[in-house]
Ligand binder design. Structure first.
Ligand code: NAP
Ligand code: GDD
Length: 327
């Protein structure tokens, strides 16, 4: 039985990846942070009793800032595959907490890579790189596009990208960079713009709120569906050698168009409900991300299936269902 270790298992991608790996017969180990409230909501439905002799999902406390713990965990689990998804992943927040973002999203990657090297196991490593690394470089962006990060988060991800490549080139590690464009789902964090808007549209439709406050409506993003992207991560680690791949839909949607899709799904006129708040502007913005995923299609047979307009509907319907269930 293959064994995988996932950092960031409690996040959006971690939860879908866990479902995928369990369905493929893996034993899955995940690192969670100690917190005073439960932070395992996204994987609650996958929980397995530690007393069950057939348990295939095991959770361990740990943190990206704690190198010795990463070493002891790698030694204990000895995974065949490591998916490094944990990060302070919010771009706007990274301007408020640049040092913390660098420490976790950037140096946290080095701590993990170094823990693997110190323990000396032969494993395959996935690095959650990001289209934010392209920043100000105009679209379309592919594996060959130069990086120009526009936030402390983007800069930290560029550092992590190069560390993963360096461990591949210097130490012969099977290390992969998945350069993923924005991917969303009903499990997306509530403060990312797609979920924030889908949630607001549903709540306004049900009379719970009247307005949603947003920043820049002109930004262009390439929004895909998260469950499809974790399949791409897995395929990258099954390839013959470590390499770097972009995953994206190749489509361009503005935040304004996303608003129209979501409010359209509940038959509301968005202009009566959207208000501007400069709090949500970034000191430096990434104007346009549109990915070219042709390498992943050619080498991994991966292609995005769900397009942004369908995705918006999926997310608004999920919000409506949750509100109905809570009644
Ligand atoms: P997410 O929902 O924000 O999840 C982040 C995960 O990292 C959570 O499990 C979080 O734990 C954990 N984490 C944060 N700081 C940690 C620390 N110091 N130690 C240990 N764990 C820590 O992110 P996501 O959307 O699933 O994205 C997964 C990865 O892909 C991230 O690295 C993100 O930067 C990257 N990425 C995402 C996208 C996207 O569009 N979603 C695109 C490109 C790249 P808690 O639950 O305890 O907070
Ligand atoms: N969050 C947020 N909230 N964004 C807003 C808002 C708002 O109220 N109003 C407008 N926006 C704009 C942002 O300025 C940005 O241009 C766009 O909506 C998307 O913002 P986010 O959803 O926060 O995502 P992101 O593109 O900055 O970052 C996400 O995608 C990256 C991949 O490109 C995150 O998941 C990163 O972790 C990921 O690497």
């Amino acid at each position: 039985m293959k064994r995988a270790l996932i950092t960031g298992i409690t996040g959006q991608d971690g939860s879908y990846l866990t479902e995928l790996l369990l369905s493929k017969g893996y034993e899955v180990h995940g690192i969670i942070r100690r917190s005073s409230t439960f932070n395992t909501g996204r994987i609650e439905h996958l929980y397995q009793d530690p007393h069950d002799p057939d348990q295939r999902l095991v959770l361990h406390y740990g943190d990206l800032t704690d190198s010795s713990r990463l070493v002891t965990l790698i030694e204990k689990v000895r995974p065949d595959e490591i998916y490094h998804l944990a990060a302070q992943s919010h771009v706007r927040v990274s301007f408020d907490e640049p040092e913390y973002t660098g420490n976790t999203t950037g140096v946290g990657t080095t701590r993990l890579l170094e823990a693997i090297r110190m323990v000396g196991i032969d494993t395959r490593y996935y690095q959650a790189s990001s289209s934010e690394m392209f920043g100000a470089t105009p679209p379309p962006q592919s594996e060959e596009t130069p990086f120009y990060p526009r936030s402390p988060y983007g800069a930290a991800k560029v550092y992590g990208y190069w560390m993963a490549r360096n461990y591949r080139e210097a130490h012969g590690m099977f290390a992969v960079n998945g350069i993923l464009f924005n991917h969303e789902s009903p499990r997306r964090g509530e403060t990312f713009v797609t979920r924030k808007i889908a949630r607001a549209a549903a709540r306004i439709a049900q009379g719970k709120e009247q307005f949603v406050y947003l920043g820049n409506l002109d930004a262009v993003r390439d929004w895909g569906y998260a469950p499809e992207y974790v399949e791409g991560m897995w395929r990258m680690l099954q390839a013959e050698q470590g390499d770097d791949y972009v995953l994206a839909t190749g489509t361009a949607t503005t935040v304004r168009e996303w608003v129209q899709y979501c409010f359209g799904a509940v038959n509301l006129d968005w202009e009566s409900h959207v208000r501007f708040d400069e709090t949500y502007l970034r000191p430096t913005e990434v104007d346009a991300l549109i990915g070219d995923a042709s390498k992943a299609e050619k080498l991994l047979g991966w292609k995005a299936q769900t397009m942004p307009d369908q995705l918006a509907r999926i997310m608004v319907e999920a919000e409506m269902k949750d509100l109905d269930a809570a009644r």
